[in-house]
Design a protein. Structure first.
Length: 324
C-alpha cells in the first residue's frame, strides 16, 4: 500500500470511530432518559433556546432586546445543563454520562488538528507510521478472517484438526467478547506453519470490525519501534508509545526479532509491564516453547508472558499446513 492508500484507509477508520461515538452517545442518552424522563424535556428545551433566539432577531427588535434575549438564553442554557447533571447524579449516573467521548480527545477522532490548513493529529501520525511498518510484513492478511477457516485443510491425524477447531473457537470467543474476555491476554504457541498467524489475524479482523482499536505487528517491526525509541533521534517518534497504549496489541512471531543489548529484553519488559498495569489486552504468537521463552527473555519477561491468571494459552501441534 502507498502512503496515500494508508491515509485513505485510516480516514475511513476514523469515520467509523466517529459513527461508533455517536451511537454510543445515543445509547447513553436513551439509557439516561429511560431512567429519568425529565432529561428528554430539558434537552428539547435546550434545543429550542437557540431557535427562539434566532426568532427574536428576525422579529426585528432593538439591539437591547436582542442582548437581553441572548443573556436569558445563556442563563437558561446553563441552568438546564446544571439540572441535567444534578438529575444524573441523583439517579446514580455519572454527571458526564451524556457528554461525547473520544478515542482521542485532542482531535475528537477527526484525525486533524488546527485551523486550515489543518495538520494530522499526533494520534493519526502514530497510527500511520505503524500501518506503514506493518505493511510488507503483513501482505495478504486482509483476507484472513474466521469465515475463511476451513477444517478440511487440516489433517485429522493425531487430533490436529480437533485442536485447531478448539483453538479457532477460543480465538473467536476472545475476539467476540473483547474487551470483556475470559483471559485478558492470549499466547499462541507451536511450531511454524500450524496456523498461529492466521488465528492472530482473524482476531485482529474481528475486533477491529467491531469498532475497537487494535494493532497487529510482527516482532521484527516491534523491535524497530523499540530501537527507534531507544536511539531517540526522532523526537516525534511515537511508535513505541502507541504500542503501549493501543487497547489490543497483537504481536506475531515473537522470538524472530533481533536480540540487541539494552533494547530487546528491556523494552519488551516495559511494554508488557505497562500494558498489564493498565489492564490492556495483548495477544502473542510465538514458535518458542515456554522453556525457550525463559532462556531468551529471562524470568521477568517470561513470567509475564506465561502468567496463567491473566493469560490464556493455545498450543498448536501437528504437521506444517504450508507443506500440503
Ligand atoms: Zn487525535
Amino acid at each position: 500500500m502507498t502512503r496515500a492508500e494508508h491515509i485513505q484507509a485510516l480516514l475511513e477508520d476514523y469515520a467509523r470511530q466517529r459513527t461508533l461515538n455517536e451511537l454510543d452517545e445515543q445509547r447513553r442518552y436513551n439509557e439516561a432518559v429511560a431512567k429519568v424522563p425529565r432529561i428528554a424535556e430539558l434537552r428539547a428545551e435546550s434545543a429550542s433556546l437557540a431557535l427562539n433566539a434566532m426568532r427574536s432577531i428576525l422579529d426585528g427588535r432593538t439591539a437591547e432586546d436582542r442582548a437581553a434575549v441572548a443573556a436569558n438564553m445563556k442563563a437558561r442554557g446553563l441552568a438546564i445543563n446544571a439540572e441535567i447533571r444534578g438529575l444524573l447524579r441523583q439517579n446514580g449516573l455519572p454527571a458526564d454520562a451524556l457528554e461525547p467521548r473520544y478515542r482521542c480527545p485532542v482531535c475528537r477522532d477527526t484525525g486533524y488538528v488546527g485551523d486550515a490548513p489543518a495538520r494530522f493529529c499526533d494520534c493519526f501520525e502514530a497510527r500511520l507510521r505503524l500501518r506503514q511498518y506493518e505493511d510488507g510484513s503483513m501482505a495478504g492478511v486482509d483476507e484472513q478472517n474466521f469465515s475463511k477457516f476451513d477444517p478440511e485443510f487440516i489433517p485429522e491425524a493425531d487430533g490436529q484438526r480437533d485442536k485447531m477447531v478448539k483453538a479457532r473457537n477460543m480465538c473467536a470467543r476472545y475476539a467476540d467478547s473483547f474487551p470483556a474476555t475470559e483471559y485478558r491476554n492470549l499466547l499462541l504457541t507451536g511450531e511454524g506453519g500450524l496456523g498461529k498467524t492466521f488465528l492472530l489475524n482473524c482476531i485482529f479482523e474481528r475486533v477491529t470490525s467491531r469498532g475497537f482499536s487494535a494493532i497487529r505487528i510482527t516482532a521484527f517491526r516491534m523491535f524497530e519501534a523499540m530501537r527507534q525509541q531507544h536511539v531517540g533521534n526522532d523526537d516525534k517518534y511515537e511508535g513505541f508509545s502507541t504500542l503501549i497504549e493501543v487497547p489490543l496489541l497483537l504481536i506475531d512471531d515473537l522470538g524472530t526479532e533481533p536480540m540487541m543489548r539494552n533494547i530487546t529484553v528491556e523494552y519488551l519488559f516495559t511494554l508488557l509491564n505497562e500494558r498489564n498495569a493498565a489492564k490492556r489486552h495483548t495477544v502473542i504468537a510465538t514458535n518458542l516453547t515456554p522453556k525457550q521463552l525463559m532462556e531468551r527473555y529471562g524470568e521477568r519477561v517470561s513470567s509475564r508472558l506465561l502468567d496463567k491468571t491473566i493469560c490464556g494459552s493455545i498450543q498448536l501441534k501437528g504437521k506444517d499446513l504450508r507443506q500440503r
